[in-house]
Design a protein. Structure first.
Length: 310
């Protein structure tokens, strides 16, 4: 029988721990779902596709079972080197996974991208389940035909199908319980109070990147990056955080900065508010906007925030 690190596992029961890889097309709500399952925001969310760039782990426990969710970039046809790195991150996550959770958008059903994804997952013959997300935006009368459609290839495709709304929380508890029950016996890999293993400086940079996407939408390319520069705890307990927002072209710099610096101030203000909630202290955030040419095809662009396995 496996032993848990001290504090892990409830009531002395045999502990379990495992990885669940979350895969799906861009924008189906994978990161929102991870946040809903964890109960905290660990992965950033935006209305535009390809928000998640690397694997992001979200951790939760039910009873004696710890579940490590691996949020991944949306699976798409690669066009640039950044895409290929993102794709490798998505598919690579399946190698370590005890279970795969495929996510599709209820409004789209099994469209072309979903179909291709499901075929690839099936070919791997790993235990997989399906979450049909965003059921809140679908007419209830369409749900039954939708289940029939998604399970059309026979019961062997997915062990279970869940209809969920990561936004409203509908169906999330069932999915949590199910994922926890399927974890293999073994010690917990992370401390009980840990909800992600992303280092704080990177989480902070992601919060700013989320604001860039939320406020500028398609005005800046999705390759726009935010990089941590400095991180300092001050004597009064406040955090002093410096970050650089990298855009691809000189012409995009004024878009991020805005007239009289208005846009950048807005981005900084909102990010700061979120960071203060996240870290529970006062935050002083300093943002610089810089241009990095050839970003999308330069390796440097994404290797800096690649997270190693624990
Ligand atoms: N109505 C509704 N919207 C949702 C739901 N889940 C996510 N969304 C929205 O869908 C959009 C994309 O959500 P994300 O969680 O960033 O999607 P993702 O699959 O992680 O996207 P990528 O990281 O780009 O692959 C955001 O605007 C979310 O607010 C849901 O259950 N219902
Ligand atoms: Mg995402």
């Amino acid at each position: 029988m496996a032993t848990a690190p001290s504090g892990a596992g409830a009531g002395g029961a045999e502990t379990a721990c495992g990885f669940v890889a979350i895969v799906g097309a861009p924008n189906v709500g994978k990161s929102t779902l991870v946040n809903a399952l964890v109960g905290r925001k660990v992965s950033i969310v935006s209305p535009r596709a390809q928000t998640t760039r690397t694997r992001v782990r979200g951790i939760f426990a039910v009873g004696a079972a710890q579940v490590v969710l691996v949020d991944t970039p949306g699976v798409m046809t690669p066009k640039r080197m950044l895409d290929r790195a993102m794709l490798a991150a998505a598919w690579g996550s399946l190698d370590d996974a005890d279970r795969v959770l495929v996510v599709i958008d209820a409004a789209k059903g099994r469209d072309g991208p979903a179909e291709r994804l499901i075929s690839r997952v099936m070919a791997r013959r790993q235990p997989a389940c399906l979450a049909v997300n965003k059921v809140d935006i679908v007419d209830k009368r369409r749900l039954l035909p939708l289940i029939a459609q998604v399970t059309a290839r026979g019961p062997a495709v997915f062990e279970r199908v869940f209809l969920v709304s990561a936004r409203t929380g509908d169906g999330i508890e069932d999915l949590r319980q199910y994922l926890a029950t399927g974890m293999p016996a073994g010690p917990w890999l992370f401390p009980e109070d840990m909800s992600t293993d992303t280092p704080e400086a990177l989480r902070a940079a992601e919060v700013t990147r989320e604001q860039v996407f939320l406020q500028l939408r398609d005005e800046v390319p999705r390759s726009t990056a935010v990089v941590p520069v400095a991180w300092q705890r001050q004597a009064d307990g406040a955090l002093r955080i410096e970050q650089t927002v990298y855009v691809e072209r000189m012409s995009q710099r004024p878009i991020v900065i805005g007239e009289d610096g208005q846009r950048l101030r807005q981005i900084g203000e909102r990010a700061r508010g979120e960071l203060e909630r996240l870290f529970g202290c006062r935050v002083h955030l300093f943002l610089t906007v810089a241009v990095r040419r050839q970003w999308p095809d330069g390796r440097e662009a994404y290797t800096w925030h690649h997270l190693d396995k624990p």
